[in-house]
Design a protein around this ligand. Structure first.
Ligand SMILES: Nc1ncnc2c1ncn2[C@@H]1O[C@H](COP(=O)(O)OP(=O)(O)OP(=O)(O)O)[C@@H](O)[C@H]1O
Length: 442
């Protein structure tokens, strides 16, 4: 299925033509321009979801700074568009600066077709939240068979079509954004936009104008009226990611907008009615934040009409093998590799690791194994299980509980999940071991 609009900007006409042809299977509308000077007009008229932006134009400003300049322009004129930078190998440092300034990704020239398509379709998914036709394997929500995920699925199917506000909680990498995309896809608002805003990434000073827009003259840079995220999401879904990072005073402003179902642009006076379905996500404990005075209780009630919790991967271990296999198939296709498989030892290792970075970590680990693998089999040493938390040095461990958990985890890894062996090594009964595994969510 072809979806979305992409703007491709590159002064090399050969590249422009090649990329255009390549993307025809993936994007509904492709606008290709050779001169960056036309960017503002194209943003206004074509309203692209994704911009593929060359970092080095032959004329004009030197040393790739022109690319950064245009990145900032796009972010200013059309903040909801995702920008993927197209860079020469020598410009990688520049691309990294670009990422810090809000680019979604970068692709190095000479480019690999599959990687370029994956970067652009992923970027589109971030804006549109729909299941994009990524030929190399697809990237929708994988539910798994674990009872907790099946329960969650049933709940999502029940509530997606309502307009109830939803709060999604879960550790990093558990799939809160993927779930939001799924909710939007299943909702009656699926033909309208899913607008995402990362509360952690928006400077406090810009929050109001990002969310509510502004009128011309509201501040020095306000050269024209601009709609904010609420208006952009009109009729659709507004996804406020990392809601726990929203400053206390700004929480009141958000609450007011939600209560009144209308917003006032910064510097404006008229109330603009809004019809959005709100989905918020956080990895923080908002109840605890309420108790410590960091989060407004009234806002919490407003945003969590329905609460969905995504369990960490280690609490639904039965889903790990199928997820790993799905990522294996995806990356084998994406990187044009011959058919690959896991050895039984690799399967055991994957099933036994704690995956503190959850699905994101598992995905990256499999991707890395596929990229680096040169045979048909992925063995246990190809699976990178050095999770951040597992790497935490022992002298940073603060509590006896944490020490115990670490020891059990380490032994589980070493014994590849063989419970009897783990229990005997640790000098406890199997039942005690099970109780502790449950207690620590291993
Ligand atoms: N159910 C799923 N099926 C397929 N892929 C998934 C699923 N959940 C997560 N992923 C993949 O894992 C990665 C992390 O997902 P996502 O960004 O949705 O997590 P998150 O909980 O929002 O993370 P964070 O809190 O760090 O922002 C993404 O690359 C996504 O494609």
């Amino acid at each position: 299925m072809k979806q979305g609009t992409i703007l491709v900007v590159d002064d090399n006409r050969n590249i422009l033509a090649t990329v255009k042809m390549l993307l025809e299977d993936y994007f509904e509308t492709i606008v290709a321009i050779a001169s960056p000077d036309n960017i503002p007009a194209r943003l206004r008229e074509d309203r692209p979801d994704v911009v593929l932006l060359d970092m080095n134009f032959r004329s004009g400003m030197n040393s790739g700074n022109e690319g950064l300049y245009w990145l900032r322009q796009v972010k200013k004129l059309r903040p909801q568009a995702q920008v993927v930078l197209f860079t020469a190998y020598a410009d990688i440092q520049l691309a990294v600066t670009g990422l810090k300034e809000g680019a979604a990704d970068f692709v190095v020239k000479p480019f690999d077709n599959a990687k370029l398509v994956a970067a652009l379709t992923d970027a589109y998914r971030k804006t549109a939240g729909t299941k994009t036709a990524v030929k190399a394997g697809g990237s929708g929500m994988f539910w798994g068979q674990s009872p907790c995920m099946q329960e969650l699925k049933a709940m999502v199917e029940k509530v997606a079509a309502t307009d109830a506000n939803i709060l999604i909680t879960g550790e990093n990498g558990t799939g809160k954004e993927v779930l939001t995309n799924e909710i939007h896809r299943l909702s009656l608002r699926r033909d309208r936009r899913l607008v995402t805003i990362d509360m952690g990434a928006v400077a406090e000073t810009l929050f109001e104008s990002e969310l509510f827009g502004y009128v011309k003259g509201a501040f020095t840079d306000a050269k024209a009226d601009k709609e904010g995220m609420f208006e952009l999401a009109e009729g659709g879904t507004l996804f406020l990611d990392e809601i726990g990072n929203l400053g206390y005073s700004l929480q009141a402003k958000l609450l007011t907008a939600l209560q009144r179902r209308s917003i006032v642009r910064v510097g404006g006076s008229s109330q603009i009615p809004i019809d959005v379905r709100l989905v918020c996500a956080t990895n923080r404990d908002l109840r605890r934040m309420v108790a410590s005075g960091e989060f407004r209780e009234d806002l919490l009630y407003r945003i969590n009409t329905i609460h969905l919790h995504l369990p960490p991967l280690r609490e639904r271990r039965e889903d790990i093998p199928a997820l790993a296999r799905m990522f294996l198939d995806r990356y084998v296709t994406m990187y044009n590799k011959p058919r690959m498989d896991f050895t039984p030892a690799a399967e055991r290792k994957i099933a036994g690791l704690p995956w503190y970075g959850n699905i994101r970590e598992l995905q990256h680990s499999v991707e890395k194994a596929v990229i680096l693998g040169d045979g048909r089999m992925i063995d246990e040493q190809d699976i990178d299980g050095n999770t951040a938390a597992a790497e935490k040095p022992l002298d940073e461990v603060q509590t006896i509980d944490e020490m115990e958990r670490r020891l059990i985890e380490k032994t589980l890894r070493e014994c590849e999940g063989n419970m009897s062996l783990v229990a005997s090594r640790l000098g406890v009964s199997r039942q005690t071991l099970y109780n502790k595994i449950k207690k620590y969510g291993l």
